[in-house]
Write a protein that binds this ligand. Structure first.
Ligand SMILES: *[C@@H]1O[C@H](CO)[C@@H](O)[C@H](O)[C@H]1NC(C)=O
Ligand SMILES: *[C@@H]1O[C@H](CO)[C@@H](O)[C@H](O)[C@H]1NC(C)=O
Ligand SMILES: *[C@@H]1O[C@H](CO)[C@@H](O)[C@H](O)[C@H]1NC(C)=O
Ligand SMILES: *[C@@H]1O[C@H](CO)[C@@H](O)[C@H](O)[C@H]1NC(C)=O
Ligand SMILES: *[C@@H]1O[C@H](CO)[C@@H](O)[C@H](O)[C@H]1NC(C)=O
Ligand SMILES: *[C@@H]1O[C@H](CO)[C@@H](O)[C@H](O)[C@H]1NC(C)=O
Ligand SMILES: [Cu+2]
Length: 387
């Protein structure tokens, strides 16, 4: 068995800076460093300068904010809208996903179906940009939500992640129940690749059902796929498996990796290759691994509603990096067509190849955009930016 640890890429080379903590109001967490602010400002200036085409103007553009800066009424309404989608019936073809119960499962199904093509690959950022936008539209059009999908700004609370409002009892709630025999360490096995890929995970602090807040005992159905042994009859977890939403927080993923220093390293990366490894294979992976259980399952991670805030943040870091030089970076692409370039078991003889801007992606329901279609923030009706 091959064991990938996913550690040791560019970010680890970065110098650790000591940041002083504020001694006054601390609800905004660790202060944003000047380097990050500078890059963020440049991004906003450059994006605003492109507006006015495609019906996207500074009047119509949707603004995504940090969950921690979102007002209480909007946060409450977001949670309401998520639960509203969870109460609407699935629309996906039941022969493809017999276990899909509700509208959230439709999204999770599409994510499962595409996992091995859209992770650790060249379509990762583009595919997820469209995916998150589609969820934002579903919350608005089907459940009357009027805002955007806020982002989980991990760096602000990296030393003490539970201080973020993301995990409050009125938002997404905290850890799973501590289960002495089911919090790890364990091994995640990835189905669908010709290699027997497995990922070792350390013990976390929970393992069981989410205990507090609006998602305590929240029902999920698809998956899991994070099993030691793959069940050939339910390889991708498409069958119904109603159970509670689980978490298993892994604090070192936050304290050691999701720091401002590493965030600056991502948005300030000099080239697409450095950017790719730091963001996708480090920040993104650690964000999922922090959550544990449902949130870290490569295929069914959208089962945890924090997924969309997590990916709003990934999308934001990409947007800020792109926004430093839109001409050179809006369409900068790096990565293979499949997970780490490992052939899919359905096409074992297709050798690894780099993804191209013209490659066609699958976002379900017959929607098949090219990678380049998902790269600009404002394109084909998509019209948003980060505060
Ligand atoms: C402020 O919050 C951050 C993150 O929760 C923490 O690391 C820091 O120690 C806090 N500072 C003070 C003075 O409480
Ligand atoms: C993805 O869905 C298509 C049908 O749209 C199906 O043919 C294919 O086998 C699925 N792939 C996986 C990995 O589930
Ligand atoms: C909120 O969550 C904390 C743990 O994070 C728990 O101790 C507390 O009892 C909860 N409060 C309510 C009102 O549920
Ligand atoms: C993967 O593991 C299965 C079951 O242990 C084994 O039958 C198969 O030969 C392995 N495949 C590879 C490529 O190692
Ligand atoms: C692409 O695939 C090749 C061959 O499997 C692999 O060596 C390389 O690390 C992959 N690159 C990325 C960015 O995943
Ligand atoms: C894929 O792209 C990388 C980086 O641009 C390059 O080094 C590599 O040779 C390319 N691989 C193939 C198979 O074209
Ligand atoms: Cu994903």
């Amino acid at each position: 068995m091959r064991v990938f640890t996913f550690i040791g890429t560019g970010v680890s080379l970065m110098v650790q800076l000591a940041l002083s903590a504020p001694c006054h109001d601390n609800s905004s967490g660790i202060p944003k460093p000047a380097d990050f602010k500078k890059l963020e400002k440049q991004y906003k200036t450059n994006i605003l300068a492109t507006l006015g085409t495609d019906g996207c103007t500074d009047k119509t553009i949707r603004i995504r904010k940090s969950w921690d800066d979102t007002d209480a009424a909007t946060r409450k309404d977001y949670v309401r809208a998520v639960k509203c989608l969870a109460a609407k019936p699935a629309t996906v073809d039941k022969t493809l996903a017999p276990g899909a119960v509700n509208r959230l499962d439709d999204f999770t199904y599409i994510h499962i179906n595409q996992t091995n093509s859209v992770h650790i690959s060249g379509s990762f950022l583009s595919w997820h940009r469209i995916f998150v936008w589609q969820m934002e539209d579903a919350l608005r059009n089907e459940c009357g939500y009027r805002g955007t999908i806020p982002y989980w700004d991990q760096a602000r609370f990296s030393s003490d992640p539970l201080k973020s409002k993301v995990f409050s009892n009125t938002s997404f709630g905290g850890d799973g129940e501590y289960l002495p025999n089911d919090h790890g360490p364990y091994t995640i096995t990835v189905p669908g690749l010709v290699a027997n890929l497995s990922i070792a995970r350390p013990a976390g602090t929970g393992g069981g059902c989410v205990k507090n807040g609006p998602f305590a005992n929240f029902q999920v159905s698809l998956g899991p796929t994070d099993r030691e042994f793959i069940d050939p009859d339910n390889k991708y977890g498409y069958k119904a498996n109603p159970r509670c939403l689980k978490r298993n927080f892994d604090l070192p993923s936050s304290t050691d990796f999701m720091t401002w220093e590493n965030a600056v390293g991502i948005v300030g990366a000099p080239d697409v290759e450095t950017f790719y490894w730091n963001l996708e294979n480090n920040w993104h992976l650690k964000s999922h691994q922090f959550l544990g259980k449902d949130g870290q399952d490569l295929f069914t991670s959208p089962n945890d509603p924090i997924f969309y805030l997590l990916h709003s943040q990934i999308d934001r870091l990409w947007a800020i990096w792109q926004g430093q030089d839109l001409e050179q970076r809006a369409f900068a692409i790096y990565g293979n067509r499949t997970f780490f370039g490992i052939p899919l078991d359905t096409a074992p003889n297709v050798p690894p190849a780099n993804a191209t801007l013209e490659d066609v992606m699958d976002l379900g329901y017959g929607f098949r955009p090219q990678i380049k279609d998902g790269m600009p923030m404002t394109y084909a009706g998509r019209c948003y930016m980060y505060e």
